[in-house]
Every structure is written in structure tokens, then in C-alpha cells.
Design a protein around this ligand. Sequence first.
Ligand code: 5AD
Ligand code: SF4
Length: 437
Amino acid sequence: MKKYMIMTFGCQLNENDSEKIAGMVENLGYEKTDDLSKCDLVVFNTCCVRENAEERLFGKIGEIKKLKEERGTIIAIGGCMMQEEHILEKIKKSYKYIDLVFGTHTLNKFEEDLKKIIEEKKKIRDVIDIDGEVIEGLPIKRNDKSKASVSIMYGCNNFCSYCIVPYVRGRERSRKKEDILKEVESLAKEGYKEITLLGQNVNSYDGGDGYKFSNLLYDVCKIEGIERIRFISPHPKDFTDDVIKAIKDNKKISRIVHLPLQSGSTKVLKEMNRKYTKEQYLALAEKMRKEIPDILFSTDIIVGFPGETEEDFENTLDVVRKMNYEQIFMFIYSRRVGTVADKMENQIPEEIKHKRFERLKKLYDDNVSKNNEKFIGKVEKILVDGESKNNENMFTGRNDANKVIIFEGSKDLIGKMINVKITEEHKWYLKGEVEGK
Ligand code: 5AD
Ligand code: SF4
């Protein structure tokens, strides 16, 4: 059997697209491998949100060229980066040996394109600049047997000034509620326990006729067998009261909410085009805590946005202290060609960006253990992922707050929801004992 490998860069939306690519590739008779040297097909699914992903990609492509020369491996590259004009030019000019280049709006044609390459030995460049329609019914080969991601909307209309996503993923398009619910129902039947609803701006989902994200949450919660529901990434500006109420009313919805801050400075937020102030963000979180007392937060923060002063950065640290986040995804601002922020003149020197990043990281790191202590002595519902890498008697899983929990168990627990009493905290994981053993 011919062998394939998909290398995925970037966010969970890309991971979900890669599962669809895997479905199409397997339809053509390929089998997955982890051994690059045995590959007859290598697919890169790219990301362009930050610069370092580009460097990593071009490094990897170079490595694969040798493989192509030795065994005729087909190379396909697609995803967000291919929607950037200067990257597409670079590929066309300097990477002529790549067999297939596909964009975010032509994913649905991947199988057809690949078939042509195999049968007619063609080179295909299939990138278009028109928003793709929502395509249903693509095959999918999922990476996990108990947790699944379900894309509910594509694209973004927000144009945060630093972000390339609206340019490469196009305008917001929502899937029909019936299609989403059908997908979740069939996942439940297959035994999936946890669902993550995905969208670049997930809470601006619009199912038509007044059917909103909150309505979808209620309906997904009604599906029997699904025990935990997460969603990423919401925008604070769309975190309306009906969404808060939906979380409050439905215990299946995870109590950890991702609430991207980006910056704690009202001035920087305005420059970022985020449409909320520091005070509005904190007030929203306060309201959510009042309505849902056991709520926890995670966030995204960018340091070193153009014009960020020491005082602006202090405001970010201030919000971090006040919010007590369970998890922070921290990013150093990265210039993206074509965005508004890239044209700003007051770019921050690399050294200052890195120093601020380290200060933010330290503030967060110093707080992790203290934050974990609240779990000790509690019985937590865990979805068991698998065996621990280092000890075959130990297993890992995640609780509602998405913390890694390690405990002594047995293989039959994998994929099940079980109760584990937390006994110790070890900063990046918690230790526990299975209840009712
Ligand atoms: N530079 C750094 N971080 C960025 N993000 C998006 N664009 C950039 C950029 N140009 C971060 C934001 C977003 C996350 C997915 O990536 O924090 O929420
Ligand atoms: Fe980018 Fe802002 Fe859209 Fe998120 S909401 S994808 S950060 S433009």
C-alpha cells in the first residue's frame, strides 16, 4: 500500500482540515505512516498567523526534495499560507518540483486534484481568491476516538489589525445547524464523548432565521452520549448574555472559557481594532463569574504590538493578575504582510518584545502551582486519553478545565469518562486516584 504523511501547522481548524485531507487521501488507497522515508505522498497544511511557521515550512520542504528525487514522492502544499500572494509567488518560482498547491477555498477539490496528479503526472496549482462555499460531506479520518472537533463556521470579518486570517480564510460563513447536529449525533453514536466546536470567531455563528451560537449550544447539549462540549475561539465582543446563559444552563459545557485578551491596554486594543476596552473586558469576565461561579478562563496575549509602551504592557500584566488565567497562549507580535499593523511606523524592537514576553511568562509561570491547588482534594471528571509515556501503569486524561491528570489505571479506561480524586499538583500536571476502585 502506498504511504502518506500529513504535516499540520497552526490551529485546531487546520488540524480539522487535515483530518478531512486524510479522509480524501485514504479514499485513494493510501495508508498513514509516521516514517517520512517511506512516504509516497507528503502533504503540508500550512499556517501563516506568525512568522516562525513560515521558516519551519520552508526548512521542511527542502528536506523532502531529496525524498522526491529518491522515490518520486508526491508533495502537496496547502492551507492558509498559500493564500498569501508573496508566498504563492515564491513557491511558483523557487519550488517548481512541488506537485500540488491548494488553498483554503479549494480543500474540497483535493481528492480530484491528487487523482489527476497520480494518473496524469501533472503539476497542479489550485488556489483561488474567492470565498469557498460551505462544503458538506467530505470524508474525514479523525485523529482521536473519544474527542472530536466540529467546524461550525469558517472565515472572519473582524480584521484585527495584526491578523492575517481574514485575508486568507475569507469572510464568515456558517454551516447549517442541521448539518452540524447531524455530524455531532453521528459522533455520539460512534462513541465520542467530547466535542469542540470550532470557528475563527465561533460565537458569531449565524444559522439564519435568528438561530445563533447560543441556540446551537443548547441543541448540541441535548445530544445523548456527548458528555463535554468546548468551543474555540470566541471573541469577547460577541460574548452576549444568551451565550453566558447557555453555559450556565448546560453542565455539559466546559467551565473553562477561552476569552482572548490580546492586550490589557485600551489604547493598544483600539489600535488592534478589537472593539472593547480593558474595563469592558474585565466587566464581561466579572459578569460571567457572577453568573457561573465555577467558571475559569484561558486567553491569548500578544506582546510588542506596534506602539506598545511600558505603561501599555503594565496594563496587560494588570489584567493577567486580576484574571488569574488557567492558561495563557502568549505570542510575540509578528508582522504580517498586508495587515494594517504591518504598516505602522512605531514597530517595537525585537529585544524589547522578547524581554516583555519573558516578564509575562514569568508572571504566569509563578502562578500556575498556586492556581492548581484549588483542585487538590476534589473529585474531577476525566476523559481518559491513554497510557502515560513514562510509566505503563500510569494513564493520562483531562478534566473539564483541560488540565492533564495522571493516575494509576488500566487500558480498559481509555476513552471513558471516569472520576478521579486529585491528590497532588506538579505544575504542568495533576496527580490523582481513580474513585470507586
Ligand atoms: N502576531 C502575533 N500573534 C498573533 N496572533 C494572531 N496574529 C498574530 C500576529 N501577527 C495570535 C492572537 C490570536 C492567536 C490565534 O494568534 O493572539 O488570538
Ligand atoms: Fe484574527 Fe481577530 Fe479574526 Fe481572530 S477575530 S481570526 S484575531 S482577525
